[in-house]
Design a binder for this molecule. Structure first.
Ligand code: PHE
Length: 449
């Protein structure tokens, strides 16, 4: 396929919003607050920020370089930059990772639609047992599967509309709505009686709670949150213009994602404390604790509608990037039309996603290495596949791409002046430091299996 025929974003803002849309997701709103809650608050945040700056950002830059330089899908990118080598299978791994990730991600995406509709219909009352309500939803084969498939169809609808009319436009609207609503909820949360306690928990570090596991979770969360290690950034970067400032784009994406996670924490944790609940509730925080809290608050019903809409929008913009990565691969490597590629991806993901959805109910007794389907997909994608792909990306960019080419891409052919020390430090991180740390993480995750 020639470059002329390739899809592309209309503007640099389009690239940034798509990357931010991919990054901001359930990871920020659902996972980050409960990880902070279960890992001792501010100490986790500090470690998370260090991981983001020193490991995740350099790897994101590598993915951007690979995608934009090759102007190809995640498999084609490695094939083009290192012809005739096995490097292209980094792309194969990325594609598999996307399928696995998407399969469990859309199940949670389905819950967001379900809870959004229930909030609008005012199904919940002050006497609802939210824990029982949640268990009923996830274990019901019809309800859970229905909403999972509905969420998948929403994702597929955006993909079929194309890069500019589907992905770029949807992200523009969703991200704007998301930013306004989350700030609104955060400001409201600040007026609650538990606000001070919530903020103290978020910003006053208690290092006695930090263990090696905390560092592992922080880095894993960094990869997941920034969409690193599954080819999504490579794919979006391949739709970017050669003149776009790569360092600016990756910095804005990282900052937005991190700010959003912190704002989500500032919106959710004060509410948790004001209701006298425990922030270390875990995965049930967004679907069990929060609806309970909303019920007890003035304007709680409106906030609940806003909150589940935000959750839905964030999940959708992320799942779009996962599906597009595989669709671009099928389109370019197997010469399928966009529609056909979407149908194949939809078919495959539906099968896996239905298994994940049913693993809360009828298939709950079916275990792989002691995990249910859902937990297994979550564990191997977040803890092993993303990190393995990230490691390969790092090694590829650090050792396979020539130094001059790497610098040429980062500076957009000399268009942007970047200090030599910064480029040099970045390269040292990519060649030596990041691969060693990521390899340690992978070994530890494998031991955890
Ligand atoms: N970044 C998304 C989140 O935080 C998850 C994701 C990972 C999306 C990988 C795309 C690719 O929820």
């Amino acid at each position: 396929m020639t470059e002329k025929q390739r899809d592309s974003f209309r503007s640099n803002l389009g690239v940034i919003l798509a990357l931010v849309g991919s990054a901001i997701g359930l990871g920020n709103l659902w996972r980050f607050p409960y990880l902070v809650g279960t890992n001792g608050g501010a100490a986790f945040i500090i470690i998370y920020l260090l991981c983001i700056v020193f490991l995740c950002m350099p790897i994101m830059i590598c993915e951007f370089v690979i995608g934009r330089r090759s102007q190809a899908n995640t498999f084609g990118a490695f094939k083009k930059l290192a012809p005739g080598t096995a490097w292209k299978h980094t792309g194969t791994l990325a594609v598999i990772t996307c399928v696995i990730l998407l399969s469990f991600y859309v199940v949670v995406g389905g819950w967001t639609i379900d809870y959004f509709i229930k909030s609008v219909r005012m199904v919940f009352t002050s006497t609802t047992d939210f824990s029982a309500e949640f268990n009923k939803m996830v274990s019901s084969p019809t309800e859970n599967v229905f909403f999972t498939v509905l969420f998948l169809l929403c994702t597929a609808g955006v993909i079929v509309a194309g890069v500019r009319n589907g992905i770029e436009k949807t992200n523009k609207y969703l991200m704007s709505a998301l930013a306004v609503l989350i700030v609104f909820i955060m400001v409201y949360a600040m007026t609650l009686p538990g606000a001070k306690q919530g903020l103290n928990f978020l910003f006053k570090p208690d290092f006695s709670k930090v263990t090696f596991r905390t560092v592992l979770s922080a880095l894993g969360q960094g990869f997941l949150s920034l969409s690193i290690g599954c080819g999504a950034i490579i794919t979006y970067a391949s739709y970017a213009n050669r003149k776009d400032n790569l360092l600016k784009t990756t910095t804005v994406t990282t900052l937005s994602d991190t700010m959003f996670a912190l704002i989500a924490g500032m919106a959710i944790l004060p509410a948790v404390f004001s209701a006298g609940m425990n922030p270390s509730e875990g995965a049930g925080l967004a679907f069990i604790s929060l609806p309970y809290i909303f019920e007890g608050m003035s304007f709680g019903r409106v906030l609940s509608i806003f909150f589940y809409f935000i959750l839905f929008a964030a999940a959708l913009s992320s799942s779009i990037s996962l599906m597009e990565t595989v669709v671009a691969f099928l389109k370019e490597e197997y010469r399928k039309s966009r529609f056909m590629a979407m149908l194949i991806m939809l078919g495959v993901t539906t099968v896996f996603a239905v298994f994940c959805a049913l693993s809360f109910g009828v298939l709950s007794g079916f275990k792989i290495l002691g995990f249910t389907f859902f937990d297994f997909f979550d564990y191997i994608s977040s803890n092993i596949c993303l990190a393995t792909c990230a490691l390969l990306v790092c090694l590829f960019a650090g050792w396979k791409i020539r130094k001059e080419d790497f610098y040429d891409e980062i500076t957009s052919g000399g268009r942007y002046k970047i200090p030599k020390w910064l480029l040099g430090t970045l390269r040292v991180f990519i060649r030596y430091i990041a691969p060693v740390i990521v390899a340690i993480i992978i070994v530890n995750s494998l031991i955890g299996l």
